[in-house]
Design a protein around this ligand. Structure first.
Ligand SMILES: Cc1ncc(COP(=O)(O)O)c(C=O)c1O
Length: 401
């Protein structure tokens, strides 16, 4: 095997330089642990950015992949296979929505959602009903459509012009929202909990107002649950934790346990706006990814992982709150379940870098937030280890001058 230096050097020479990677090469994982090229073990609070909800090398996932890989990996969407329909049926049953479309990523799930909302908007109100409302500070992905909805200058800079028909409103500012939504709005798009944006929750009142404005103006309410959905809040869809149902929900990340798969699920009333040929993908919803996704959902149920997320997530919150009381460099805790963040008064990246040396993987977002997206299997003893390390590293620092 190549050495660490050879691996890093090859990437430096031959990859488009888009990623600022942490200095470790990972070779295998088991449960909530990952191992690097020198066989050093790391406790994983990142889950591959929310993807590895079942941890690593879950025996049932390994078995499903092996079995299906030997039978049929890909057929294209020209033909039927055994798993896409059952997966759609299961997601509809879990969400209470009516029809699913499968993509390869979260970004594409967002693209598909806004294309559907545009079609439904045009059908309801003609060409003028095309405007989108999104939130300042949000993150929806990197393609032109998804980027146009992303309310963060650092991601948009250099790529303008983007879609022009987007109005941004402040999260939880109901007056601002009311002023932005009108009869020309075809969709309101939001993350119930900002992920990349720093773990900020939408209030229930704000979500209710989005629901009622969308109804009044016959616009689609689209929830981006790509990061916060599929169990992370302790309910299978985050919207079930907030008690407000969208017309379309976009999901991805953990759905196929690490294989690329995303989806959006729509109410019938919007779903009927699209016809064959108006949207599609070569890879999306293939037999391997769909079978593994069915297995993922079955494991979440069989192993009662939502209960674990709720219980251990409450424990994590309590431990983080104690850190905030104890350490001047930590100023607040946000989020719920297994999507939480601790706000620091100092840069988060050095803390994340030093935690690596201690054998713990954390992730920072928005410069001063340490974000926790652990696998759903994580137990209190693992939280204790993470908190011990964080406490030690924060203890070495005073509040930023
Ligand atoms: C809320 C949200 N939306 C969309 C995306 C984009 O998903 P992907 O990276 O799978 O394209 C992400 C990715 O982090 C996300 O967190």
């Amino acid at each position: 095997m190549d050495t660490f230096d050879q691996i890093v050097e090859r990437e430096r020479q031959f990859l488009l330089q888009t990623y600022n990677r942490y200095p470790i090469v990972l070779t295998r994982g088991k449960g909530v642990f990952l191992y690097d090229i020198g066989d050093k073990r790391y406790l994983d609070f990142v889950s591959g950015l929310g993807v590895n909800a079942l941890g690593h090398a879950h025996p049932r996932i390994v078995k499903a992949i092996r079995d299906q890989a030997a039978k049929l990996v890909h057929v294209s969407n020209l033909y039927y296979h055994e798993y896409q329909g059952p997966l759609a049926e299961k997601l509809c049953a879990l969400s209470g929505l009516n029809r699913a479309f499968f993509s390869n990523s979260g970004t594409e799930a967002i693209e598909g959602s806004i294309k559907l909302a545009r079609l439904a908007g045009h059908r309801a109100g003609g060409e003028a009903k095309c405007r989108l409302v999104a939130l300042d500070g949000s993150y929806h992905g990197r393609t032109f459509g998804a980027l146009s909805l992303t309310g963060q200058a650092k991601h948009r800079k250099g790529f303008e012009p983007l879609l022009e028909d987007v109005t941004f409103v402040k999260q939880n500012d109901i007056e601002n929202l009311r002023a932005a939504v009108n009869d020309n709005t075809c969709a309101i798009v939001l993350e119930p909990i900002f992920g990349e944006g720093g773990i900020y929750e939408c209030s229930v009142e704000f979500l209710r107002e989005c629901r009622s404005l969308a109804d009044r103006h016959r616009a689609a309410l689209i929830f981006d649950e790509i990061q916060c959905g599929l169990g992370r809040t302790g309910t299978i869809f985050a919207f079930q934790s907030f008690g407000v149902t969208p017309d379309i929900v976009a999901i991805a990340k953990p759905i196929a346990a690490g294989l690329p798969l995303g989806a959006f699920i729509s109410k019938e009333e919007f779903a009927t706006a699209i016809s064959p040929g108006q949207h599609g993908t070569t890879f999306g919803g293939g037999p391997l990814a769909c079978r593994v996704a069915l297995e993922f959902l079955a494991i979440v149920e069989d192993e009662k992982l939502l209960e674990n997320v709720a219980k251990v997530g409450a424990y994590l919150q309590q431990q983080l709150a104690q850190l905030v009381e104890k350490r001047a460099a930590a100023t607040g805790v946000r989020g719920r379940g297994f999507i939480q963040g601790i706000q620091l008064a100092i840069p988060a990246r050095p803390i994340v870098d030093e935690a690596l040396a201690e054998g713990v993987l954390f992730n920072s977002t928005q410069d001063t937030v340490v974000r926790f997206l652990p696998p759903f299997l994580m137990e209190e003893k693992h939280i204790d280890k993470g908190i011990r390390v964080l406490n030690k590293l924060l203890g070495k620092r005073r509040k930023a001058a």
